[in-house]
Design a protein around this ligand. Structure first.
Ligand code: PMP
Ligand code: GLN
Length: 433
């Protein structure tokens, strides 16, 4: 028998904290579940559908067999990993990096960004993001009490000689950036190579950015470089921290999830000058305290061997092949794609798709984004064409979401057969235009 409670009706009322009150399920809660529900080919969320390289798997096996990596490790970073990172990145940064003070490991780049933003941004400080931006940045800024300001990357320049749209056409208006900077600006956050456009910032563009940043002694530049080893053709990835006068004011954020195709391991790191990395490492003590020891040991071993085994070249070659495969498919499906110089994403143009009635609106899992064309198109692509993409307005402020109306973002970090199946399914679009 269930006893009736003698306590009066509860007076408990839950209200989330003010700083998170605007948070709701994000684009990731909508599209992977929707793809699963409709058995659609998921070219939405960027995670490889293949296992990490043997280099990493063997390192993990050996680490497990060896034993002794099951307890907490050094909070600011497992020694073997920070040493391996200092060895790898010192040549890439053209300076000897101190593994103890200029590098800290984090729970993926996500926590790296979160800890960085909490360590730098005061209540009321302004943070400038370049739209479209990876969606996670806004949450971290709001949790720090910062104010968001936006500058847009827009498709501006000319197409390539062969008529293809190029990621390098996505450029910022420098005067717009200068106007966005105020005495309250504390941080500018860039992503290079850039998700979702696939742009790799040119050295000239970065020099121009740095000239502006260096005029403001309080501004820290955060450069999210998680796709650092995925660049194609002759695109050259310049690390903004290596430009004159920039190391002291730049935090570079990286992720082994991308480099070693292991997004679920959540191993990331931040690289920068001692005062900033010290602040981030101190903050990190109060977030996860430390990062998985076993995984850090394995990632360290992978880094120790990657260069010798030509791993980075193989990674580039694999992804360039996959990019070409999907790019061809999107072109043949009439989606006029933007050719990426880096990352594992392609933006495609959906303007020829004409949705009828409430197509794409009634299949929502989370109920969000119903009023936005790109969300409806991506839902309809999932349910009616069998291929899932991400609506890029998730990477814009509400105010500018309409700029993404005619785009969809497809990822090519999938097996070739899966890309071929997606390409075949997308050909159905040609009959519907
Ligand atoms: N930055 C960008 C631009 C990303 O695409 C991702 C991928 N989720 C992250 C940061 C986060 O990386 P991680 O999975 O290592 O947290
Ligand atoms: N970075 C990946 C993307 O942009 C995954 C994002 C996520 O799962 N939060 O698709």
């Amino acid at each position: 028998m269930i006893r009736k409670s003698l306590t009066p009706l509860s007076n408990f009322v839950f209200k989330p904290s003010v700083q998170v009150s605007s948070f709701a399920p994000s684009v990731w809660s909508e599209f992977s579940p929707l793809a699963m529900k409709h058995k659609s080919i998921n070219l939405g969320q960027g995670f490889p559908d293949f296992d990490p390289p043997e280099l990493l798997i063997n390192a993990l096996r050996r680490t497990l067999d060896q034993g002794g990596f099951h307890q907490y490790t050094r909070s600011a970073g497992h020694m073997r990993l920070v040493n391996a990172l200092a060895n790898t990145y010192s040549s890439l940064f053209d300076r000897q990096l101190d593994p103890l003070t200029e590098i800290a490991t984090t729970v993926g780049a996500s926590e790296g960004l979160f800890a960085t933003i909490q360590s730098i941004v005061n209540r009321g400080d302004e943070v400038i993001l370049m739209e479209p931006f990876f969606d996670i940045y806004t949450g971290a800024v709001l949790m720090a009490g910062g104010e968001l300001r936006y500058v847009s990357l827009k498709e501006r320049g000319a197409r390539g000689a062969d008529g293809a749209r190029l990621a390098s056409q996505w450029q910022i208006d420098w005067s717009e950036l200068e106007r966005a900077i105020t005495p309250k600006t504390k941080m500018i956050l860039i992503n290079n190579p850039h998700n979702p456009t696939g742009k790799v910032w040119s050295r000239e563009e970065l020099m121009r950015l740095c000239d502006i940043v260096k005029r403001h002694p309080n501004i820290v530049l955060v450069s999210d470089e998680v796709y650092e080893f995925m660049t194609f053709d002759d695109a050259k990835h310049t690390r903004v921290a290596t430009l004159p006068g920039m190391f002291e004011r730049t935090v570079t954020v990286c992720s082994s999830g991308k480099t070693f195709s292991s997004t679920g391991w959540k191993i990331g790191w931040v690289i920068g000058p001692k005062p900033i990395i010290t602040a981030i490492a101190n903050t990190h003590q109060y977030i996860p305290f430390s990062v998985s020891t076993m995984s850090q040991e394995a990632v360290a071993v992978a880094f120790e061997n990657a260069g010798k085994q030509g791993y980075y070249e193989k990674l580039r070659e694999m992804y360039q092949g996959k990019r070409d495969r999907l790019f061809k498919g999107l072109t043949e499906a009439g989606l006029d794609p933007v050719c990426p110089q880096g990352t594992y994403f392609i933006l495609a143009d959906t303007s020829k798709i004409k949705l009828k009635g409430d197509q794409g609106q009634n299949t929502s899992i989370t109920g969000i984004g119903k009023h936005l064309r790109d969300w409806n198109v991506c839902r309809w692509l999932t349910t009616d064409i069998g291929v899932t993409a991400i609506p890029p307005s998730a990477f814009y402020s509400d105010e500018h979401a309409h700029e993404a109306a005619n785009y969809a973002r497809f990822t090519f970090c999938k097996q070739d057969q899966v890309l071929d199946n997606a390409n075949k399914a997308l050909l159905k679009l040609n009959k519907l235009y």
